[in-house]
Design a protein around this ligand. Structure first.
Ligand SMILES: [Zn+2]
Length: 220
């Protein structure tokens, strides 16, 4: 329940802030664009959105902390806009992915891991910059989703996994107004400068994009 509240409270919170900022503009007689004012406010020292321990951004996810060495605290989408979802494959079991994301020496982690059975774990908040794409700019602008399995094993990618991941990505795209297409939903392999090949040739992109488009974002 706490998770749901956290998700639904984000936008009204922002609107309330913008309204507050607009009042400041009128009072001071300074013609600043509303959204810019709200961004500046959040950049003031000490100003941070309240964080609830264990809160998730997707109502269907369960929370497990990643090591704070594997991401950078941020305040997206106010400090960095989010316009990409990056699809990964773990090259190992779900349990091994959770373990390395908790390891401060690993230096990398994604926001979410989708298990073969469709279970979704969130390890980094969407407002923070996860080190998952191996490219600073892409890390700052994207949400990273890992999928349990191996790039060379077609059986890794189950119906339950596609369905759960598609609902998650659909919700992310709806929240940040990201177009549902292959320009904005990309594989790790497509990140500039990467030597990773995931999700690999067995990931069915046509099916996935179709499922993301068809997912009911109101219920997830
Ligand atoms: Zn990857």
């Amino acid at each position: 329940m706490r998770a749901k509240k956290q998700e639904t409270s984000r936008r009204p919170g922002r609107r309330a802030l913008i309204i507050g900022a607009a009042a400041v503009v009128v009072g001071g007689g300074i013609a600043l664009e509303r959204d810019r004012v709200s961004r500046l406010w959040w950049r003031m020292p000490g100003a941070q959105k309240p964080r609830v321990e264990g809160a998730v951004d997707f109502a269907g996810a369960r929370w497990i902390n990643a090591s704070s060495s594997n991401y950078r605290r941020a305040d997206r989408p106010y400090d960095y806009g989010i316009d990409r979802v990056v699809i990964h494959v773990t090259q190992g079991s779900y349990a091994s992915a959770v373990k390395v994301f908790q390891d401060p020496g690993h230096g990398a982690a994604a926001h979410y891991i989708v298990r073969k059975d469709g279970h979704i774990t969130q390890m980094i908040r969407e407002l923070d910059v996860a080190f998952h794409a191996g490219n600073r700019e892409y890390n700052e602008r994207s949400i990273g989703i890992e999928h349990e399995g191996f790039v060379d094993d077609a059986s890794s990618f189950t119906d339950a996994m596609y369905a759960a991941s598609a609902r998650l990505t659909a919700r992310i795209c709806a929240r940040y107004e990201i177009p549902v297409d292959r320009k904005h939903i990309i594989g790790h392999v497509e990140v500039p400068g990467t030597d990773h090949t995931d999700p690999g040739p067995h990931w069915d992109w046509d099916r996935y994009i179709r499922m993301v488009r068809e997912a009911d974002t109101r219920r997830t």
